[in-house]
Write a protein that binds this ligand. Structure first.
Ligand SMILES: [Ca+2]
Length: 308
């Protein structure tokens, strides 16, 4: 069906009906074909279900809406024609769209699936439905509408609960992330502290090594000092020995001189004694000579006496 197949007057009337809400379009459709040779009462159950399905699919206007956009319409067609391919569904959508505005009104879809004549739809008399049956249908519609409202509320509640759950999950994830971040920071701080501790230990080790070097140097200096003291002691000892030797030599020299002096003195004494001995010998010799003279004189005197 295409818009060009209808006169402007017919199209205007069709547009009037498709501008009504889903439930009003459903009532208009049932009224139009209630007295038909193919009574719409047989389609009533399906008509109400579709009115509800359209309202549910219409996320913007809900039950106050009148037509679905191509994506929403595609969903409805797909749900009822699961064996058709996407291309076939799109082709069906074009056939459904009587006013060719790209949107699928409930009335357009009801006319298509039930193979009804759009001109009869808007020219058939309205309001000739059996009052008892209409009342029953209206009650059913009210119940469906009420159920739909409840469903909307439940859906809203479910969505709110889902949003809350999502938020809780997001909060939990964020808290976990924060905890992980904090743990990471703590680990980094610990790592830094350990590094600082290691630096301090290294410095301490260096200080100890330097102290050991200083102690070693001090020990070496003390050892060198001791060596110097030992050398000095040895030098003093050698000096003392030299002094002792000098003193000894001096003493010996003095002793030798004393002995020499003594020998000289003794020689002088001996010389004196020899001189005296010589003098005494001279005296003795002189006395002997004198004695000899005296003897000779006595002998001469004695010899003279005898002669006489
Ligand atoms: Ca349309």
């Amino acid at each position: 069906m295409a818009a060009a197949n209808f006169s402007p007057e017919i199209m205007t009337k069709i547009k009037e009906v498709t501008s009504k809400s889903y439930t009003d379009q459903a009532i208009f459709y049932l009224n139009a074909f209630w007295q038909d040779k193919k009574p719409a009462s047989a389609e009533a159950e399906d008509v109400w279900k579709l009115a509800e399905a359209f309202a549910k699919e219409d996320h913007v206007k809900g039950k106050n809406g009148n037509e679905l956009n191509p994506i929403q319409a595609f969903h409805v067609l797909q749900a009822r024609n699961q064996t058709l391919t996407a291309l076939e569904l799109k082709a069906q959508l074009r056939k459904v769209d009587i006013d060719a505005n790209g949107e699928m009104a409930l009335a357009e879809y009801l006319l298509f699936i039930n193979d009804r004549d759009p001109i009869e739809f808007i020219t058939n008399p309205q309001g000739e439905v059996d009052p008892v049956k209409l009342k029953a249908l209206e009650d059913k519609l009210a119940a469906l509408s009420s159920a739909f409202d409840e469903l909307q509320v439940k859906e809203a509640e479910a969505k709110a609960a889902e949003a809350a759950a999502n938020q809780e999950e997001a909060d939990a994830i964020q808290q976990e992330d924060e905890a992980k971040q904090a743990e990471k920071i703590a680990l980094e701080e610990e790592k830094k502290a350990k590094a600082a501790e290691q630096v301090a230990l290294d410095e301490e080790a260096k200080a100890k090594a330097a102290e050991q070097v200083a102690l070693d140097e001090e020990a070496k200096a003390k050892a060198a000092e001791q060596v110097a003291l030992n050398e000095e002691a040895k030098a003093k000892q050698a000096e003392q020995i030299a002094l002792d030797q000098e003193a000894e030599a001096k003493a010996k020299a003095e002793d030798a001189k004393a002995k020499a002096d003594d020998a000289l003195a003794k020689q002088k004494v001996a010389e004196h004694e020899e001189s005296e001995a010589k003098a005494a010998e001279q005296v003795a010799l002189d006395q002997e000579a004198k004695a000899k003279v005296a003897q000779a004189d006595a002998d001469a005197a004695a010899a003279k006496a005898k002669v006489c």
